[in-house]
Every structure is written in C-alpha cells, then in structure tokens.
Ligand binder design. Structure first.
Ligand code: LLP
Length: 420
C-alpha cells in the first residue's frame, strides 16, 4: 500500500497535491512519500514478528540522503555496494554496525575502508576476494565479520538482466565451494565468518525460486554446523517483487515471511534481509510535463520532458510504469498513445500503444512506481542535468536534491590548450 492517491480528480502524495510540487519545483522531478517508505519497512519487519530480523535497505535502489535518513530513523540498516554508498549511509545516520557491504568488485582500498569502519558484515563473493580481505584485515590488525555469498544455482527475477542466482551469473560461489571457503575463513586469524548470504534476483513474483534457494541455504547452515563451524547469521538478500500495475500481484511480505520461517524453522539463526524495491518502488513517482503532441495519422505520440536518462527502466528492461495524469476528470475517454522523451534514440520510449486519457501540451503526468532504480540510474546523457528529488511528509514537502545546472556539468571539464 502507498500514499499516492487520487482525490477529486487530482493525484496527491500524502497531503500534498502533486501538481503543486510540479508548479513549485518544475519538471521532471522525483517525488517520494516518507509515510510510504516507513510503512513498507514496518510491514516487512512486522511480517516476521515476534521474530526479530535485521533489514538492510539496498541503497542501490534509492540512495537519496533524505530517503536513507527516513529509514535510518526507524532502525533500518543499509546494504551497500561501494564506498560511495557506505558514505551516504553513514551520512544519513546509519551506524557502521548496521551496514552490509556486498558486490563482486570490491577493491583493496574499499575493503580496507570497510574494515577500518568496522561494518556489520562484508559479504564475500569469491575465493580471491576472501584472500584479499584476509590480507587487508591482517595488515590493519582487524577481524571483520563476514558472510560467504552463495550462488545456489536458482535464478529468478523480472528480467534476465536482473537475475543473479543462476550458475552462469557472476555472483557468489556454488554450495560446495561455499563450505570450503567458510572453513578457510574460520581458519584465518583475521576473519570472523558469521554466516551465509544469498540474493537470486530482483522483481521476483513467485515464492517458489526463493524457497528453493533458501532451502539450499538452510542445508548449508546445517552442514557447516555438523562440520563444527558456528553459523550465526543468514542473509537472505532482497528480490521480492512489487506490483507495477496490470500484472499478477507478487506475494505480500506476510506470505514471504511465512515461507522463510518454514524453511528456516529450527535453525536458530539471525535472519537478515536486503530489500530495495519492496521498500522504495511504490514510494516514489517521476513527474513530467507534456511538451507537445506529435500525432501521425496512424499514431498518437505524446512527447514529455522526462527521458530515458531520467528513468531508464523502460529502455533497459522493457519495464512497465503506469502513467497517470496529475489532474483530470475520472472517466475520460482512453485512446492508445506512445509516450516518448526528447532523447535522440528510439529507445527513449516509455510506452507504446498505452490507453491514455486526452493529454495536451503543458499537462502533467506521473510515472508511477519510480522510487526504486529511478533517480539512482539516471545519467546526464544528451546533457540533460540530473533532476530534483522531493520528499513529502504529511502536508509538507521539501527539495532534497536540487536541480543541477548545465554550467555545473561543464565546470567539471576543461579544454587543454592543445585541443583548441
Ligand atoms: N541485495 C543484493 C546483493 C542485490 O544485488 C540487490 C539488487 C538487492 C539486494 C536488492 O534487490 P531488490 O530487493 O531491490 O530486488 N536496476 C534493476 C534492479 C537491479 C537489482 C540489483 N540488485 C531494475 O531497475 O529493475
């Protein structure tokens, strides 16, 4: 459930009319609902109650400091994949003791910083990374807490590009190798293996692959214990899908939690999760204005001021984002339209043949479910500067990332004398 709703023909975010934000801030801009972020976090936690679970929000889904701070206030941790994300999490008020560091390409410098900070957990993805981390930790005289990322050979997700658990994916080590790595880590004086981690993909709409993967993980915990190792934690990643409109609803967190409890029953292990999309996707929208209509005899084409550089998901994953006018009477006649941005690529098409109400230049629309993997994936392609982000709470709103100016982009660049 989220706090974007239509009242008397207008679309609202909590108690703020989105048209008022568009008028005050300009478009394109992202708008996030604090109450929705909080609700999604709480629903997830409460699905497991009374069992306490540790939730580390996947910062890659939405790394805005105000969004992270909203979640940090509730005690939410952070799942990070770069020193930059770690810096953001710390700045937003997530203590190092609630930060997880994942990813296949952590560098020596990144691992050293993570060790120095004393993060909650470093998820190790390969034997080579384990060796490097062991060296780094010895050099620093530290003993970081680690988990071994397992590739259970169960892939899943809304698109091939976001499936991570199959054997051919670059992530983690197979089950047999995970056992060997755990033993190697246990024998290392400067490594403290705490558990295992898994993440098989994103926008997963069925519990079956998750259950299969978690079953593998439970078996590994038992095997490790039988071999004499302590296993305190099981990090089950993120991946649970969200409704993007007109598609079968993914299972709710309550069903997911019931499945997890069943699969991990009796294990007596601390459960950890890394949801991103589930918390942020339906907590954000991208506002845009119709620039012009480029109608053809056989096709209705609506050109808007947002483009693939602002929201790349349709171009990259053929993702579906519902498009809602910010204002307008209910029951308007719907006719098929293409909605496109100004970027010079055919890929800059948000949708084709989508039934939409009448739209005229100056009308405003919202791309829904854009709070996860929206602003974070934006670029300045076509020298289109990053757009503002706005956070709403109740009847208040504030710009939490200002619009970047073209001059600021160019200020990063120089022309050598010999290039003139
Ligand atoms: N943990 C790890 C190790 C991950 O790689 C990811 C996402 C997550 C947690 C969070 O997954 P979530 O709960 O959000 O599904 N840009 C793509 C999604 C990429 C997901 C990458 N990894 C998109 O726009 O659909």
């Amino acid at each position: 459930m989220n706090f974007f709703e239509r009242r008397d023909g207008d679309l609202w975010a909590e108690d703020v009319r989105l048209a008022d934000i568009a008028a005050a801030v300009g478009t394109p801009c992202y708008v996030y609902s604090a109450a929705t972020l909080e609700r999604h976090y709480r629903v997830f936690i409460e699905a497991f109650a009374p069992q306490p679970v540790f939730v580390a929000f996947a910062v890659k889904a939405n790394s805005n400091l105000a969004v992270l701070a909203t979640l940090a206030r509730l005690g939410c941790g952070a799942d990070t994949v770069s020193i930059g994300e770690i810096a953001r999490a710390l700045k937003a008020g997530v203590p190092a003791s609630r930060i997880v560091f994942s990813g296949v390409g952590k560098t020596d410098a990144e691992l050293a910083e993570a060790v120095r900070l004393g993060l909650h957990q470093i998820n190790v993805e390969s034997p080579a990374e384990l060796d490097l981390l062991g060296q780094v930790a010895s050099r620093l005289g530290a003993r970081p807490s680690i988990a071994i990322r397992v590739n259970p050979d169960v892939g899943a997700g809304g698109h091939a590009k976001i499936s991570t658990g199959g054997r051919e994916a670059k992530f983690g080590v197979g089950p047999a190798e995970a056992l060997a790595l755990y033993a190697r880590a246990s024998a290392h004086p400067n490594l403290a293996p705490k558990g295992l981690a898994v993440h098989i993909g994103s926008q997963i709409k069925s519990l079956a692959p998750l259950e299969a993967a978690f079953g593998v993980m439970s078996g590994l915990v038992e095997t490790l214990r039988a071999q004499g190792h302590a296993v305190e934690r099981l990090d089950l990643g993120g991946g649970l899908g969200v409704p993007y409109f007109n598609e079968p609803e993914p299972p709710p967190p309550s069903d997911y939690a019931a499945m997890v409890k069943r699969v991990t029953a009796g294990l007596d292990v601390a459960l950890e999760f890394e949801p991103g999309r589930l918390i942020a996707a339906n907590a954000g929208v991208l506002l845009s204005t119709v620039v012009r209509l480029q109608d053809r005899p056989d096709r209705r084409i609506v050109v808007v001021d947002a483009a693939m550089n602002d929201l790349i998901r349709p171009a990259m994953y053929d993702a579906f984002h519902d498009i809602q006018p910010l204002s307008g009477p209910a029951g308007a006649q719907m006719t098929p339209a293409d909605v496109v941005g100004p970027v010079c690529e055919t890929g800059d098409t948000f949708t084709r043949d989508r039934p939409l109400p009448p739209l005229a230049p100056g009308d405003r629309v919202a791309f829904m479910t854009a709070g996860a993997y929206g602003a974070v994936m934006s670029s300045t392609y076509n020298t289109r500067p990053l757009v503002p982000e706005v956070l709403v709470r109740g009847d208040r709103f504030e710009v939490v990332r200002r619009r970047v100016e073209v001059d600021e982009l160019m200020a990063l660049e120089t022309i050598p004398d010999w290039a003139r």
